[in-house]
Unconditional design. Structure first.
Length: 133
């Protein structure tokens, strides 16, 4: 009878003590960040490799690189994406992004996730015709 009481006491004590610990663990679980949600989403266009095996070498997911690239072009839509190795051996994602009828070229470092270049299309540089000769 005494042993049954001890087991029951430990079970109740465990439940009482375990409940606050469980509540703390649930509260300490981080919520997914916006970047984590972007990484979980599928890329809008498939990423082609300039050379087989480059994707496995990248530390940044195509989704994260895509989010970085899209942040640099307002209302842009990705039309092509590839991963390539630069002459200095760095890996970059190269995105072609169309916005307002113009194409932008944006490169994101595949190891750091930082934008390394963004080339905007040049505006027409033709001088306005005045009609004078």
């Amino acid at each position: 009878m005494i042993q049954v009481f001890r087991v029951a006491s430990f079970a109740v004590l465990g439940l009482v003590l375990g409940t606050p610990v469980m509540a703390q663990q649930k509260a300490a679980t981080p919520k997914p960040t916006a970047m984590a949600k972007q990484q979980a989403a599928a890329p809008t266009v498939p990423v082609t490799e300039a050379r087989p095996g480059l994707q496995q070498m990248a530390k940044i997911t195509p989704q994260a690189a895509e989010a970085t690239a899209l942040a640099s072009v307002k209302n842009g839509k990705i039309t092509s994406a590839r991963i390539m190795q630069e002459p200095d051996s760095s890996l970059v994602y190269d995105f072609k992004i169309t916005a307002a009828g113009k194409e932008h070229d944006v490169q994101v470092n595949a190891n750091t996730g930082k934008r390394v270049s963004a080339m905007s299309p040049k505006k027409a540089s033709h001088p306005a015709s005045t009609g004078k000769s």
